[in-house]
Design a protein around this ligand. Structure first.
Ligand code: TPP
Ligand code: MG
Length: 601
C-alpha cells in the first residue's frame, strides 16, 4: 500500500503496462495528469500533436505496427470530442488505444460546470464515446483506479482488440489514497482461444472435399500474428488466398498463391476465384460490403452455393452476412496451427489435386495482367495513378510501412499494391476516416523508427490535418507524405459522374470566376512549416523524388499531381440502395448453376 495521487497511479500503471507513449493535448482538465507525466518523463514520453484526432490516429497506427498499445490524453469537453473520429477508426479496424479523457470534478457533478455535458446524466461524456469504444470506465474515487486500469487494459487487448476509454474526473488526478496497483493485464495475445478437435476434423474434411477452395483472410490474421502459419497452410494445401486490405502481406503478395483484394476495387482474379469457389475458408475477415460487392450474389462471392468455413475471434462476426457451413470461434493463429497439425496427421498434402482450379486461376491472372500492365509504364503529366502505385513499390523496401487515407487513391492501392509483409499497409478500412493516413504515419514511424514510413493521402484528406507537418518537425519524426493531388474529393466526384449524370457539386476545388482548379501550394505549405518538399507533375520524376525523400531522413512532402480522369477499373460492384449499382468494367458476375448447399451439408 502506498499513498499515491490518482495521476501517479495512472502513470505507474502505464509504465508497468509497457506503454511507451502518451499522445495528448493539454487542457485545464488534465493538467494534474500532465504533472505526473513530468515526473515520469524518462520512462514514458508525451507527444503533443496539434489536434486530438491526430493523437488518436497516432496511437492506433502505433498499435497496428508494433502490437503494443499507446495511450491518448485529452482534456474534458472539446478536447475529448476531437477524439471521436480516431476512436471510431480504431474500433472499426480492431485497434487498441487507451483513451484517457478528463472530466469535471466529482464535487461539481451535475452543477453544470465549465465543459460538463449533463443534460441527461452527470459528467456524461462516456455516452458521447459509447458507440466508438469497446468499453468506457469512469472511476469516481482514487480507490477505484487500480481495478479499472487493469480492466481497461485487459479489455482493449483481449479477444478482438479495440479502443477503451478511461474517463477521469479532474479531482482524481490530484487526490491521494492508500492503494496499490493491481498486476498489469496479461498482455496482448497472451490468451488465445482454439477450435474443438471435431471442428478441426470437419474443416479438414470440407477442404479436402473441395475442388475450388479459396481462403479469405483479414485483419484477424495480422492481429493474431499468424502470417507464417497462413503461408504454411496455403502452401501445404495449395489453396489460393484473397485478402482484405488490413490482412494484406500476411501472405507475401508476390507469392503465387496470393490473389489480392476482392470487391468492386479488387483484382479480377480474386473476384473470379471468389465467385467460382466451391469452398471459402474465411479467417479473421468480415464480409463487409466493400469486400463482398455489397452481398450481391455472384459478384464477389456465391453463397450459399459455395460452402463457408468462417473462423473469427469475435462471435458477432461469424454469420453476420452469410450463414456459415461451419462457424469456428477461435484465434486465427491457434486455428491455423491446429489445422496444420491435422493436415500433418492425415498426411493430406495437395499433390496436384487442384491442378484444374489453378489452371483456371492462371487464365484469369493472364487476362487481368494483359488488361492492366500496359498502364503501369505510361509516362504522363499529370501522372497515371497506376504509375504512382508501381513506382512506390519499386522504390520502397519490403519492410517499409505505408498508410493510406480515404479516397480514390486508396482504391488504386487496394487493387494494385503488393504488400510483402504483415502490418506494412495501414488502412482506415471499416470507418474510412479521412486524416488517418497522414496522421497515423507519425505513430507508425515511432513504432518502427528504422523503417521508411510513407503516407499516401488525397489532397482533400491532407488538408484536413495539415498540422501533422508541425508535429513531425517538433518531434523530429522523419516521415514522407505523398499528397495524391487531383484537385478534388475525387472518390465522391466519381460517384456523381457515375450515378448522377456528372452533376458535379461540392466535390471539386476551384477558385476564381472561371473556376480554375485550386489547391494550396502543398510544397510551399510544407516549407513554411519547416518540412522539405517538392512538387511532381511528370511520371518520370516521381520515383527519384520518393527515393530522395526517404533518403533525406527528415520529414518530407511530395505534392504529386495525379490524373483524376483515369479511374480504377471495377471488377466487382458496390451498391448504394436505392441507386442502381454499376456492372463491373472488367469481368461479369457468375450465376451458379447448382442448388444451394444446405447449411449442415
Ligand atoms: C472525415 C471524412 N469526411 C468525409 C468523408 C467522405 N469521403 C470519402 S472519400 C472523400 C474524398 C477524398 O478526397 P481526397 O482526400 O482528395 O482523396 P481522393 O478521393 O481525391 O483520392 C470524402 C469526402 C470521409 N470518408 N471522411
Ligand atoms: Mg483528391
Amino acid at each position: 500500500m502506498a499513498h499515491a495521487k490518482g495521476a501517479e497511479l495512472i502513470t505507474e500503471f502505464l509504465v508497468k503496462e509497457k506503454i511507451p507513449y502518451v499522445f495528448g493535448i493539454c487542457g485545464h482538465g488534465n493538467v494534474g495528469m500532465l504533472d505526473a507525466l513530468y515526473d515520469a518523463r524518462d520512462r514514458i514520453r508525451l507527444v503533443s500533436p496539434r489536434h486530438e484526432q491526430v493523437a488518436g490516429h497516432m496511437a492506433d497506427a502505433f498499435f497496428r505496427v508494433r502490437h503494443q498499445p499507446a495511450a491518448t490524453l485529452t482534456s474534458c469537453g472539446p478536447g475529448s470530442c476531437n477524439l471521436v473520429m480516431s476512436l471510431a477508426v480504431a474500433l472499426t479496424d480492431s485497434s487498441a488505444v487507451l483513451a484517457i479523457t478528463a472530466n469535471v470534478p466529482t464535487q461539481q457533478f451535475n452543477r453544470g460546470p465549465f465543459q460538463e455535458l449533463n443534460r441527461h446524466y452527470q459528467a456524461d461524456f462516456p455516452n458521447v464515446l459509447r458507440p466508438v469504444v469497446k468499453r468506457s470506465f469512469q472511476p469516481t474515487r482514487v480507490e477505484m483506479l487500480p481495478l479499472f486500469l487493469r480492466q481497461a487494459a485487459t479489455t482493449m487487448l483481449s479477444g478482438r482488440p479495440g479502443p477503451v476509454q478511461l474517463d477521469v474526473p479532474f479531482n482524481l488526478f490530484q487526490e491521494a489514497a492508500e492503494v496499490a496497483l493491481e498486476p498489469p493485464s496479461p498482455g496482448y495475445l497472451a490468451q488465445r482461444s482454439g477450435a474443438s478437435p471435431e471442428d478441426i476434423e470437419r474443416a479438414h474434411d470440407l477442404i479436402l472435399a473441395a475442388k475450388r477452395p479459396v481462403m479469405f483472410i483479414g485483419h484477424g490474421v495480422a492481429l493474431s500474428e499468424a502470417g507464417p502459419e497462413l503461408t504454411a497452410l496455403a502452401e501445404r494445401l495449395d489453396v489460393p488466398v484473397i485478402s482484405s486490405p488490413n490482412g494484406m502481406g500476411c501472405l507475401d503478395m508476390a507469392h503465387e498463391l496470393s490473389l489480392g483484394f476482392i470487391g468492386r476495387n479488387g483484382a479480377y482474379p480474386a473476384n473470379q476465384a471468389g465467385r467460382h469457389a466451391d469452398l471459402v475458408l474465411a479467417i479473421g475477415a468480415r464480409f463487409d460490403d466493400r469486400s463482398a460487392s455489397s452481398w450481391l450474389p455472384g459478384y464477389s462471392w456465391s453463397f450459399p452455393q459455395s460452402r463457408l468455413i468462417q473462423v473469427d475471434v469475435d462471435h458477432a462476426e461469424i454469420g453476420r452476412n452469410y450463414p456459415p457451413t461451419l462457424g469456428i470461434l477461435a484465434d486465427a493463429r491457434t486455428f491455423l496451427r491446429q489445422l496444420l497439425a491435422e493436415v500433418e496427421r492425415r498426411d493430406a498434402a495437395a499433390s496436384g489435386r487442384l491442378a484444374a482450379w489453378h489452371g483456371q486461376i492462371a487464365g484469369w491472372r493472364a487476362e487481368w495482367d494483359a488488361f492492366t500492365r500496359p498502364n503501369f509504364e505510361i509516362h504522363a503529366s499529370p501522372l497515371r495513378p497506376e504509375r504512382v502505385v508501381a513506382d512506390c513499390r519499386k522504390v520502397l523496401p519490403d519492410d517499409a510501412i505505408i498508410s493510406l487515407d480515404s479516397g480514390v487513391h486508396h482504391n488504386w492501392y487496394m487493387q494494385f499494391w503488393a504488400a510483402r509483409r504483415p502490418q506494412t499497409m495501414l488502412n482506415t478500412w471499416g470507418f474510412s476516416g479521412m486524416g488517418f493516413g497522414p496522421a497515423g504515419i507519425l505513430g507508425a514511424k515511432l513504432a518502427a523508427p528504422d523503417r521508411p514510413c510513407v503516407a499516401v493521402c488525397g489532397d482533400g484528406g491532407f488538408a484536413m490535418v495539415p498540422h501533422v507537418l508541425c508535429t513531425a518537425v517538433e518531434y523530429d519524426i522523419p516521415v514522407v507524405w505523398v499528397v495524391w493531388n487531383n484537385f478534388s474529393w475525387a472518390a465522391i466526384r466519381d460517384i456523381q459522374y457515375g450515378l448522377f449524370e456528372g452533376r458535379e457539386i461540392g466535390t471539386g476545388f476551384y477558385s476564381g470566376p472561371n473556376k480554375e482548379p485550386y489547391n494550396p501550394d502543398f510544397a510551399g505549405w510544407a516549407r513554411a512549416s519547416g518540412v522539405e518538399a517538392a512538387t511532381i507533375t511528370r511520371s518520370e520524376d516521381f520515383a527519384g523524388a520518393l527515393e530522395h525523400a526517404i533518403g533525406a531522413e527528415r520529414p518530407y512532402l511530395l505534392d504529386v499531381h495525379v490524373d483524376a480522369e483515369v479511374r480504377p477499373p471495377a471488377t466487382g460492384t458496390w451498391a448504394l440502395p436505392p441507386l442502381r449499382h454499376k456492372e463491373p468494367v472488367f469481368g461479369k458476375p457468375h450465376v451458379p448453376a447448382s442448388e444451394p448447399v444446405a447449411a449442415n451439408d
